[in-house]
Design a protein around this ligand. Structure first.
Ligand code: FAD
Length: 255
């Protein structure tokens, strides 16, 4: 598969182990909002490549990624040191299951994420097609600590403040953030909050309903499995591009 070598345009460290960075987008690099791509550092003959969700919407001229720093992680222990003008390997083909084409048309789209699992949703909530297809988009982000929500808060602020973005997000996009360790406005795991109904009560929403709702999930394997079971019990069915249905899910990492 062909690859590109792209310059780093900016780097922002959000916490000791979370950062985001932007790279130049090759003119002929196409992707669907919500997809991931393999990236790496050109630091050896056999570079370590890892899957990264693209945070940018597909109309953006730059490509943004949001990354964890894993202690002694083969890629991220080096990637954490990148600076402006450094080069990143970008494989030419993006892929993934968190795409609008894999979902049937519906009224509400729920995007449930934990940790860096917010990354693909950062792309989807800034894509006008999402708002053409759904009347309301509810994006949730759960982390252990409040400072781990800084990246999603910044993206959401952009959705509501940017003149172009707000023309389609206004009155349609809802953001719900919860923490499991720090005390904050909303506490607890989203799966518990769906089950005890506090999620619906906090947002004044009616319950998830497979007749008119669609769902995307991106988090740890346990989180994905727990939420999948909850949805299947409510009559939701997993979709794919060749057979769109009411939910899709993807792991935010392997481990
Ligand atoms: C489809 C897909 C999309 C991904 N998108 C992203 C993304 O947008 N941002 C991102 O930071 N990572 C993402 N990852 C994970 C990424 O591919 C790497 O695992 C991560 O960058 C760490 O690389 P590493 O070589 O340093 O350590 P690895 O050897 O890859 O990972 C070591 C261990 O660290 C843990 N870990 C890895 N990634 C994470 C994570 N994101 N959150 C919590 N624990 C983790 C796991 O337990 C894993 O076994 C994605 C993975 C998949 C499968």
């Amino acid at each position: 598969m062909s690859k590109f070598l792209q310059k780093v345009l900016s780097v922002t460290h959000w916490t000791d182990n979370l950062f985001s960075f932007q790279i130049e987008r090759p003119k002929d690099f196409k992707f669907k909002s919500g997809e991931f791509v393999m990236i790496g550092l050109p630091d050896s003959e056999k570079p370590v490549l890892r899957a990264y969700s693209i945070c940018s919407p597909n109309w953006d001229e730059k490509l943004e990624f949001y990354s964890i720093i894993v202690e002694n992680g083969p890629l991220t222990s080096k990637l954490k040191n990148i600076k402006i003008n450094d080069e990143i390997i970008l494989m030419s083909k993006s892929t993934g299951t968190l795409i609008l084409d894999a979902l049937k048309p519906g009224k509400r789209l729920f995007l449930f994420s934990t940790g860096t699992g917010f990354a693909p949703f950062s792309s989807i909530i800034r894509d006008p097609e999402t708002y053409d297809k759904f009347e309301q988009i509810i994006v949730t982000h759960t982390c252990r600590y409040k400072n781990e929500l800084k990246y999603s808060e910044k993206i959401i602020n952009e959705c509501f403040d940017d003149e172009i973005l707000k023309s389609f997000t206004n009155n349609k996009l809802i953001y719900y953030k919860t923490t499991t360790q720090d005390i904050s406005e909303f506490n607890g795991r989203i799966t518990n909050k769906i089950q005890d109904e506090s999620f619906y009560n906090d947002l004044k929403l009616t319950d998830l309903n497979s007749l008119y709702d669609c769902v995307m999930i991106c988090g740890s394997l346990n989180f994905n499995n727990e939420l999948k079971k909850l949805l299947v019990d409510k009559g939701f069915e997993e979709g794919a591009t060749n057979k769109p249905n009411t939910f899709v899910l993807e792991k935010a990492f392997v481990g």
